[in-house]
Design a protein around this ligand. Sequence first.
Ligand SMILES: [Zn+2]
Length: 427
Amino acid sequence: MAFAPHSPSASVRRRLLQVVERLGPDLVKFTRELVRAKSITGEEGVAQGLARDKLKALGGKVDFWSPRPRDFRGYEPFISQERNVGARPNVVARFRGRDSKKVLAFNGHMDVVPEGDPALWKHPPYGGEVAEGKLFGRGACDMKAGLAATIFAVESLLDADIPIENDLLVESVIGEESGGMGTLATILRGYVPDATVIAEPTNFELTIAQAGCLMFRLGVRGKAAHGASRYMGVSAVEKFQPVLNALLRLEKRRATMKSNPLFAGVPNPVTLSIGTVHAGNWDSTVPESLVAEGRYGVWPGETLDQARSMFEQAVAKASAEDDWLSENPPSISWFGPQWESAELSPSHWLTRLMKDSVVASLGFVPKLSGIPGGTDMRLFTGVAKKPAIIFGPGDDATAHFSNERIDTKDIIRACKVYSMAALAWNE
Ligand SMILES: [Zn+2]
């Protein structure tokens, strides 16, 4: 699809930015309400109700539904880890254009990760408190601020009496932190926008590449024996050691096997990290088995199969060099959701649209970047086969930690950018 660079008159832009400024306090207030509505992955219902009510009040055609397991046929890994696929509503609001030819979506996830030890928080994690210009709380940065800002961008357009020409969608989704079932459910339900802006915190950078990742489970077998005669057994822990060493070497090799300027400053965009190790069943018994689970990064431009095969070869090579392991090769399984990598060209029209929107509203040219962690971007590019870009307020470094926070001014600044993007979409 061709994109004509937008040319709304300077006076329309100015009017729209003034409306965003005027609605700013309401936007901050709404973000605080979202933070107060605790919505750890699996328990998004109350917060999603707030999004639904707000979007309805703006006149959007709101689809509010709880995806069911059968909706994910062919995509079972996405829900295999979900504790709860019951009453967890997704929200999609459509603002229909007068003579719509295309659809732009703003996407954000409502779920948050647990707050951890409350004693480490200066302000209660679900208090929605503002201090020294910053809103504190779990989800403030990742990513209720961005989500609220997209909703208010649509409100600003309506408030400024600017008719919507092409459809706008606001998607408030569940389950991003556990793999992306919410966004996947919107796509499988038929929402396939021509372009999507994901409002994750990027510190006002335009993120156009996302590394992928896979979850692996390694099983290493040993041979049980009494600890007092451990020479009669084979320790699965000791047999894990050469496998672990091989994986650490693999991680090093993969870190430099490609280079991508979008990841400049990231020490390694494709880490391999062992998250859990469980072995043995009794302190004075030689462990007969070990299970290790971890995550394994995938380069943009690399397929999941290519990445898997490098991993499997590394394990096979380490096993071939060991008498026991060559007779008893470790098992490898891939589980949970799969995060494909995703990329958008720096010269793509969506990149230009967002760049222009930042320049028009904030007055600077945004940096282009990539992120090593998985996001819903790859569902738009990989499943829907449509372009997506990530842009939002807040520093990801405070996300998932105690004292997560966001500068309230940045919420309003993000809203300005989204409103400019929505305006450009009219053309
Ligand atoms: Zn997020």
